[in-house]
Design a protein around this ligand. Structure first.
Ligand code: SAM
Length: 318
């Protein structure tokens, strides 16, 4: 990008701007889903987790609660929990309460203010537990703080793995294997394939909270990148893509319109969409092949009675 001195872009987050400009220049316009999570987005996501249609959170919490003692027994004492995309760390508390003498907690998240507030709350709730938040993208090549003393165990709940493509899953799992080491273990929450009659409402709730969450991305771009999206000119759409086994979230342009973002114009025709998120719904056998290829072996798994969701314990393999 050669316009570093352009006054229209001065002082803006270059990475965010480049990602937005690039995404909106593609034939199928797209925006990276991690930008859904500014402080407002993180708070809206917490509201989503409590919606009647949104089965994943309560199902995963049910599995973790029912099997916390088994998970803790399998992991053993002196664990440092490294959580990818920690959000409000709600599920973390279930594990921390069950673990014997946990040695630390390292939440990683892009949503800086939300992450730091949650870390403060956890320090107050678990006095003596070292809590070391890391602000950043979990796809980056991360390093653990040098003073970590316990056994690092990865925790990746919420089926956030389902936001990633096959290539990204491979890269992410290899990096986690490297970060967590030769004795590494990994606890993952995975949403499983099921009827679109259950899936679509979970991402298009009657109260419109998911719509707010999706549209908030335009508000964020307006605020952070000097843009002029007309929020009312776009609508939230959630659709089931059967061949890719994923829910897709889009922002649908309701009219022909142009938007300026830090001095660059982008045109939208009526009916055109911006693809903002994928939530893949997995088949466990296929996922297992991904894990094996990235140096992980499935050690234990727990499902809810309806087989909507799975919690997996992986062990580093050769
Ligand atoms: C679906 S929410 C899950 C939150 C929580 N772990 C749970 O299970 O309820 C995804 C979380 O991951 C964070 N996140 C998404 N993409 C990320 C990325 N690339 N790097 C770091 N954090 C990310 C978001 O800010 C959000 O807190």
């Amino acid at each position: 990008m050669d316009d570093v001195f352009d006054p229209a872009t001065r002082g803006l987050d270059r990475k965010f701007l480049e990602d937005v400009w690039r995404g909106l220049s593609a034939p199928q316009k797209t925006l990276p889903c991690e930008y859904l999570y500014d402080e407002t987005g993180s708070n809206l996501f917490e509201q989503i987790t409590e919606l009647p249609e949104y089965y994943p959170t309560r199902t995963e919490i049910g599995i973790l609660t029912n099997h916390a003692a088994e998970i803790a027994a399998a992991l053993g004492p002196n664990i440092v929990l490294v959580e990818y995309g920690a959000g409000a760390s709600t599920k973390t508390r279930i594990l921390l309460d069950a673990l014997t003498d946990p040695a630390g907690y390292i939440p990683i998240d892009v949503s800086e203010d939300f992450l730091l507030q949650t870390a403060d709350q956890l320090r107050a709730e678990y006095p003596g537990l070292p809590v070391t938040p890391m602000v950043g993208n979990f796809m980056a090549d991360l390093q653990l703080p040098s003073d970590v003393t316990g056994k690092a165990v990865g925790f990746f709940p919420g089926s956030t793995l389902g936001n990633l493509s096959d290539d990204e899953i491979h890269r992410f799992m290899r990096q986690a294997r490297h970060l967590l080491g030769a004795d590494g273990r990994f606890v993952l929450g995975i949403d499983l394939r099921k009827s679109p009659d259950i899936l679509v409402p979970a991402y298009d709730d009657a109260a419109g909270v998911t719509a707010d969450f999706n549209l908030n991305l335009l508000t964020r771009i307006n605020r952070d990148l000097n843009a002029n999206f007309d929020r009312a000119g776009f609508a939230h759409r959630a659709l089931w893509n059967d061949s890719a086994s994923r829910i897709e979230m889009h922002l649908l342009s309701l009219k022909d319109q142009s938007v300026e973002i830090a001095g660059r114009q982008f045109d939208f025709s009526e009916g055109e969409t911006i693809h903002t998120e994928n939530s893949r719904k997995f088949d466990l056998d296929q996922l297992r092949q991904h894990f094996t290829a990235a140096g992980w072996a499935l050690e234990l798994k727990w499902l809810d009675p309806s087989a909507y969701f799975a919690v997996l314990l992986l062990r580093a393999a050769d």
